[in-house]
Design a protein around this ligand. Structure first.
Ligand SMILES: [Zn+2]
Length: 806
């Protein structure tokens, strides 16, 4: 047996396998080889464990912690007050939260005031439908004056919550952390720079509070450093996931001053590609620089009634506060006049700190990695470990697991959601750990199976070089397209190539080849393992394929170590080799079995119950003009509870332009006795072919938002003013070609002035408002315990509309 007589593989003429792997001719005896494998794997496991331990959140500090420190226990007392119930912008509950926040800051002796204004939305909100969006906002702003300011540091979080939940994490975490940081800072010596605490309103609706502060608050006039604190889940490490552009100096302060600096330049790139927004967006277009941080694991409760104080992992709050306090102190003493660099930094966490290097190094490093892998390939061929043909085959075949593993992970999730359709409405399952492990086991199974199949024919050396070549090439691609992510493959490829070169040079000398390839693989583990672990919560199981891809890349960097589990290529002969080869199939089989078992455990453990309800989405829309009412749902595959309300598909864009375009599930409903918003004409003048209507839109009940749309077949809107503020008149698609959305309208109503060019004798206006809560509606049956509410901005919305011809 031994080297198989394999003249041709995949059309590539090959010489008999010459392959002694880089990892050692000294390891020809199976027992010594297994021993080396065990040692290498234990070392890698230790390195991996170290990297993951580094992501651990700190123990919450007690209520009697020293005054200058951040105590999650003290901050949590505020969490319980802030998130006692849902407090959407404009609601009486939100007034109470604001009063509490204001009182706490005043109690610290800080100059505190409420900015009360009407402001437009910041940036482009993914969920924004209906047209120009404005809100009445009331931001709480407090200042700790600096001794010799070079600028201002802004600590920002939003105190409002969504309508569907109390916001125990989102964003009671940020708000309470800022209150505790303010307390800690005001007890110590005054900082050099001004520290401004900004608790914003209406973040959930439209980022309008932050937009108002950034654009028009006197303290914001000269810009400064913004530290935004968020939570998109209930647990996990706090990740610094977004920065302003040219961030090198900011990242340097972050690495130096945050006690638990978890953040990667790759996260910045991912976040830019996601449709999420936070208050930080409002500061990005202005004269601010800054950092945005959040914890994001436990995403199943995001924006749902389950986002309660009790759901909060207080060690995540401790990390949020520790980092915010450390950064506030450091930025409080730094000269803020020159915080912009000419470039972005690449950065990522390693045990004990944050690695960072300038962005202009990214492309040279990527090219260096390609050259190093090319040198390894050339030396591998020269040393007789692989022919050119085998190297080419190794390169081609290494693409197989890179493609197959992510596809398989996506298929696995498709299968799981087919069994449990409710998952489609969740950001992540309630207990995702089993599914995450299943995806990793699946990736491992694919990698091991692939390796066991192709190793005999191609040889370990050619496959190892082929894998590194893909990593190096991906590094160049990333360096050009998403530079912040290039380190993920460039550095492991570079390390792998150097490890391989060392192994080739030291092949006769005892343990050194194994040490070299293990050290190289350790670099891959340090960089890629935390990435895999952080990617799962960041993207959710629906995009588990991305984590599977990174896991396979990690596996490719460790191929020479994986190879030690296989019999020496070209080594032993006869029965021993046969037995060893059979043993080599074990890892693949074990991983495949683990994938199936873990997915099964996930399905068995993560069932919907009262504490983990199946998410459902329901709205109610009443046309007060016709008396027709409808139940509506955004669920694509309605849950049984929702099915009791909806029986077909409908588009409501013509009747309820404020609910957005697109198809919804719909069903008939009893008409409730609810008034539509009133539209009063305050003035109606015409001049020069233009008609100017001064209107007052007044909701007749407690509502979250009011909308006004114009039928552009009856008039063209030339100009529009809301509460004295000009709004854009960009045309919308469909019948209601102009629209505006006003969040948190005051009880006395909103004044709107429209300048029109009439087309028909009368202009048709559609007024709608929306409140929360369906409980009191006729025909509504309360959800049974295991049925919950989807965390979306339109869940439980009750809309009433009517048309006014004027
Ligand atoms: Zn939110």
């Amino acid at each position: 047996m031994g080297a198989p007589p394999t003249p041709v593989t995949a059309g590539v003429p090959l010489r008999p396998n010459p392959g002694v792997p880089p990892a050692g001719r000294a390891l020809t005896r199976p027992r010594r080889r297994l021993l080396a494998a065990a040692a290498a794997l234990v070392a890698l496991a230790a390195v991996g464990a170290g990297s993951l331990l580094d992501l651990r959140t700190p123990t919450p500090r007690p209520a009697d912690a020293p005054a200058g420190e951040f105590s999650a226990t003290r901050a949590y007392e505020d969490v319980q007050v802030i998130a006692a119930r849902s407090h959407v912008a404009g609601s009486p509950a939100n007034d109470q939260v604001r009063a509490h926040v204001e009182q706490q800051l005043r109690g610290l002796g800080l100059e505190t005031a409420v900015q009360d204004t009407v402001a437009p939305e910041a940036g482009q909100l993914s969920g924004a439908a209906g047209g120009a969006t404005v809100a009445r906002v009331r931001n709480v702003v407090a200042r700790l004056p600096g001794t010799d300011p070079t600028g201002r540091v802004f600590l920002v979080a939003h105190y409002d919550s969504v309508q569907t939940g109390p916001g125990g994490n989102d964003d009671a975490a940020g708000t309470s952390a800022i209150l505790e940081v303010a307390r800690a800072l005001s007890t110590g010596p005054r900082p050099r720079n001004d520290i401004v605490f900004v608790l914003t309103d209406a973040e959930e609706a439209c980022l309008c509070g932050a937009a108002a502060f950034a654009a028009s608050h006197p303290l914001a006039a000269d810009g400064g450093v913004v530290l935004n604190l968020e939570a998109r889940g209930s647990t996990g490490p706090v990740i610094m996931f977004e920065t302003s552009k040219n961030n090198a100096k900011l990242v340097d302060v972050f690495g130096r001053a945050a006690p638990h600096p978890v953040g990667t330049s790759f996260a910045v790139e991912i976040y830019r590609a996601l449709p999420n927004d936070t208050d930080f967006t409002a500061f990005l277009d202005q004269k601010f620089v800054g950092l945005n941080s959040a914890y994001i694991d436990g995403g199943a409760i995001y924006h749902t009634p389950l986002d309660t104080p009790a759901a909060m992992d207080r060690s995540s709050l401790q990390q949020h506060g520790d980092n915010a306090l450390g950064l506030a102190r450091e930025f409080g003493r730094t000269d803020l006049t020159d915080l912009r660099s000419g470039y972005d930094a690449t950065y990522f966490p390693v045990p004990g700190g944050l690695v960072r290097y300038p962005g202009w190094l990214v492309l040279p490093l990527a090219v260096l990695a390609v050259l190093a892998v090319a040198a390894l390939g050339w030396l591998t061929r020269r040393s007789g470990r692989a022919s050119t043909g085998r190297l080419a085959a190794g390169f081609g075949l290494a693409l197989v697991p890179i493609v197959v593993a992510p596809v398989a992970a996506q298929l696995l999730w498709l299968a799981i959601t087919a069994i449990r359709p409710g998952y489609a409405e969740l950001l992540d399952p309630y207990r995702p750990i089993w599914y995450r492990l299943a995806v990793l086991a699946l990736a491992a199974a694919i990698l091991f199976t692939w390796y066991a199949l192709v190793r005999r024919r191609i040889g370990p050396a050619a496959l190892a070089v082929g894998g590194l070549a893909w990593l190096a090439l991906l590094g160049v691609l990333l360096a050009v397209a998403v530079p912040g992510g290039a380190y993920l493959t460039t550095l492991p490829a570079l390390a792998g190539a150097l490890g391989g070169l060392v192994a080739l040079r030291t092949r006769q000398t005892g343990p050194w080849p194994v040490v070299a390839v293990t050290a190289a693989a350790a670099v891959g583990v340090v960089i890629l393992l935390p990435t895999v672990v952080l990617l799962f919560p960041a993207l959710g199981m629906a995009m588990g394929g991305v984590a599977a891809l990174v896991a396979v890349l990690l596996g490719l960097t460790a191929l020479p170590v994986v190879d030690l589990l296989h019999p020496q290529a070209g080594g032993q002969r006869g029965l021993v080799a046969l037995r060893a080869r059979r043993l080599a199939v074990l890892p693949a089989g074990a991983a495949a079995l683990a994938a199936v078992v873990l997915a099964g455990v996930g399905l068995a453990v993560d069932r919907f119950d009262a504490a983990h309800p199946a998410p459902t989405h329901l709205m109610y829309a009443l046309d007060a003009g016709t008396g027709q009412a409808r139940w509506l749902s955004r669920e694509s595959d309605p849950q049984p509870w929702t099915d009791g309300y909806v029986d077909g598909v409908a588009s409501v864009a013509d009747d309820f332009p404020g609910l957005g375009d697109g198809e919804l599930r719909a069903g008939p409903a009893q008409a409730a006795n609810l008034p539509a918003p009133k539209l009063d004409v305050l003035a109606d003048t015409s001049a020069g072919g233009e008609r100017t209507l001064r209107l007052r839109l007044t909701p007749q009940r407690a509502v979250r938002l009011a909308t006004l749309h114009v039928d552009t077949a009856t008039a063209t809107v030339l100009r529009a003013e809301v509460a004295g503020r000009q709004v854009p008149v960009e045309p919308r698609a469909g019948r209601w070609g102009f629209g505006l959305v006003f969040h948190a309208p005051p009880a006395e109503g909103v004044e709107v002035t429209l300048t029109l060019r009439p087309i028909a004798a009368q202009v048709a206006l559609r007024a709608m408002d929306a409140s929360d809560g369906l409980d009191a509606l006729p025909g509504f049956r309360p959800r049974p315990p295991a049925v919950g509410v989807v965390g979306s901005h339109s869940s439980e919305m009750l809309a009433v509309a009517r048309t006014y011809p004027l």
